[in-house]
Design a protein around this ligand. Structure first.
Ligand code: ZN
Length: 195
């Protein structure tokens, strides 16, 4: 199995709009298990495929954030509709370590997707799970939660955001992280395989 790793902002795949999945195989099922492992290790509640450099429409989540507690859910090709209400709450992101802010999200929505066994999911969700789903689908569209903040709220995050950008460029300069072109070159292979 290809090893997958959590990627950090400003990795270019985080800005890539992921493509719908046409097939699920044993390797993808193993990658999903690896995504759960990475999510729990980083104390997250959700992880989108973009965050492990896969350009495909899939995310995993467990609102409890704890293995063996709460439901482990996999959403393939998720689509949301009938969004209702507005709610504000604090969010963070495993790809933006040290960055937190209050984000406005819909209170409730319908989600249609497939799980890893190919079973259709069609459900009305609200509260924390609805927030996680919106955050993760944003990832699949190349959107980060900071994109949803006012310029005023962004100002407060300027330092943390620049630190991430500087760390990333410095790793690219020293060669410990490949160049953006190299980072994006695997994308086509993954798309050919699963989309
Ligand atoms: Zn995130």
């Amino acid at each position: 199995m290809a090893a997958v790793q959590l990627v950090i902002h400003p990795h270019p795949v985080l800005r890539y709009s992921a493509k719908p999945i046409a097939r699920v195989d044993k390797e993808l099922k193993e990658i999903v298990q690896e995504m759960f492992r990475i999510m729990y290790a980083a104390h997250g509640v959700g992880l989108a495929a973009n965050q492990v450099a896969l350009p495909i429409r899939l995310f995993v989540c467990n609102p409890s954030g704890v293995q063996d507690e709460g439901p482990e859910m996999v959403f393939i090709n998720p689509v949301i509709s009938k969004q209702k209400g507005v709610e504000e709450a604090e969010e963070g992101c495993l790809s933006l370590p040290g960055v937190n802010a209050i984000v406005k999200r819909s209170k409730s929505l319908w989600v249609n997707a497939y799980d890893i066994s190919g079973k259709e999911i069609d459900a009305e969700v609200s509260g924390y799970l609805a927030r996680i789903i919106q955050h993760e689908i944003d990832h699949l569209d190349g959107v980060l939660f900071v994109d949803r903040l006012s310029s005023e709220s962004m100002k407060a995050l300027d330092n943390s955001m620049s630190t991430l950008t500087e760390d990333f460029s410095s790793r690219q300069r020293t060669g410990s992280t490949p160049s953006n072109d190299e980072l994006m070159s695997d994308i086509t292979d993954w798309e050919k395989k699963y989309c």
